[in-house]
Design a protein around this ligand. Structure first.
Ligand code: AMP
Ligand code: GLY
Length: 420
């Protein structure tokens, strides 16, 4: 059996989880990462200092390493078209083309797609004229949701509780151009109420195979207080994603989305992420992402029992239909350890100790390996994941592990997967 050498683009906890799972495969040869991080390096994947957004640099690296597969994980390189460029140079790549990654890259695109194909989502209007947007907000009243059209590091969404707050959001997105060109257009939509859940799905553009459901915790403090973060923890599966809900989503959301993308000439292959809300009027799509979620991947992939190399190659080659994907009938909980001050400013470069004492898996998000020591190098530093027979069991194990790990200023939420 020929082993595949694989280059993974990115350097967060999500990429560490992808790499650890790839390493479990007997089909994986050498694993490379760019830029990677301390934990990825410690696991034996060679890391190269090429930024995930540097398309020319990544192509040059691929030409040097000649990997059999390149896995493009983060949103920006996908939206910039890294997969298209790699394929044009003859490399096999896992991830959507640029014309399909737009499903995440433009909220205006994704909302119009859902409207055109009858996929359930919040009612909305798109504006590029500030005065008209303000008039619309005043007419509709609050609560109301304002979204910058483009990628905005997950910070381009404001769920405004008052009309004033919504207008402030329009000011910063449309007038002050807080998110640059991302703010030329805004989506203003109805505020939905209900519990959220995320479903990531593998697709080759023909069939769609959902992973186990998950839920992240976006706010920095317990009880969902404080500002939004990249995610302070996550758990899988989501108890509200029942078999009936899964059935409904497959028929009304997952398949229609993949088919809609085909009808638009924008076949999507890779991981399609469905951010969903269970409202009184049924499940609706809050957002799409064109990739694995972070930190959701740190609880979903540990439950994968099938070979990730096979799955990724099948997605790239268009024969996912022939792959049987199995998931453990267990639960997983990931608690994020962050640097003091995050998501505001924080210091880094502190040594992390106790990692070897963890019973579960510690995914590195913001770390670097320097002279054999692991140092903090980001806001979210580690994701501590455990598998258990249920969520309570997995949670207990992860919090026990968290006690064993330390670095200056470390903090975590204490209520991950608690009130579910
Ligand atoms: P997004 O970046 O689109 O995932 O939005 C970030 C968060 O804003 C979501 O996870 C929801 O909690 C919230 N959100 C987005 N759209 C809506 C909506 N229409 N109604 C209520 N909450 C929303
Ligand atoms: N955890 C949400 C995301 O990856 O966008």
């Amino acid at each position: 059996m020929d082993k595949l050498n694989i280059l993974v683009v990115g350097g967060g906890g999500r990429e560490h989880a992808v790499i650890k799972k790839l390493m479990e495969s007997p089909k994986a040869g050498k694993i490379y990462a760019a830029p990677g991080n301390g934990g990825i390096a410690l696991d034996g994947a060679e890391c190269f200092p090429v930024k995930a957004t540097d398309i020319d640099g990544m192509v040059a690296l691929a030409e040097k390493l000649q990997p059999d597969l390149v896995v493009v994980t983060p949103d920006d390189p996908l939206v910039l078209g890294m997969v298209d460029v790699l394929e044009s140079k003859g490399f096999k790549a896992f991830g959507p083309h640029k014309n399909a990654a737009i499903i995440e890259g433009s909220k205006m695109f994704s909302k119009n797609l859902m409207k055109k194909y009858g996929i359930p989502t919040a009612e909305f209007e798109v504006f590029n004229d500030y005065e008209k947007a303000v008039a619309y907000v005043k007419e509709k009243g609050a609560p109301i949701v304002v979204k910058a059209d483009g990628l905005a590091l997950g910070k381009g969404v404001v769920v405004a509780q008052t009309v004033e707050e919504a207008i402030e959001a329009l000011d910063s997105i449309m007038l002050d151009k807080k998110f640059g060109a991302s703010g030329s257009n805004v989506v203003i939509e109805e505020c939905l109420f209900g519990r959220e859940m995320s479903v990531l799905a593998f697709t080759d553009g023909k069939v769609v195979k959902p992973m186990v459901s998950a839920q992240d915790h976006k706010r920095v403090f317990d009880d969902d207080k404080g500002p939004n973060t990249g995610g302070m923890g996550t758990y899988a599966p989501s108890p509200i994603y029942t078999p009936d809900v899964a059935d409904y989503c497959m028929k009304n959301i997952f398949l229609p989305t993949v088919n809609a993308m085909n009808s638009e000439g924008r076949t999507f292959k890779g991981v399609l992420y469905f951010g969903l809300m269970k409202t009184k009027k049924g499940v609706k799509v809050i957002e799409y992402n064109a990739r694995f979620g972070d930190p959701e991947t740190q609880v979903v992939l540990p439950l994968l029992e099938s070979d990730l190399v096979d799955i990724m190659v099948a997605c790239a080659d268009g024969n996912l239909e022939n792959i049987d994907i199995k998931w453990a009938d267990k639960a997983a909980v990931c608690v994020v350890l962050a640097s003091g001050g995050y998501p505001g400013s924080y210091e880094s470069g502190f040594e992390i100790t106790g990692l070897e004492n963890a019973a579960g898996t510690v995914y590195h998000a913001g770390t670097k390996l320097v002279d054999g020591k692991i140092l903090t190098a980001g806001g979210r530093v580690l994701g501590v994941t455990n598998i258990g027979k249920d969520l309570a069991d997995a949670r207990d194990k992860s919090y026990k592990d968290v006690e064993k790990i330390s670095f200056q200023g470390a903090f975590c939420r204490k209520d991950i997967a608690k009130n579910v």
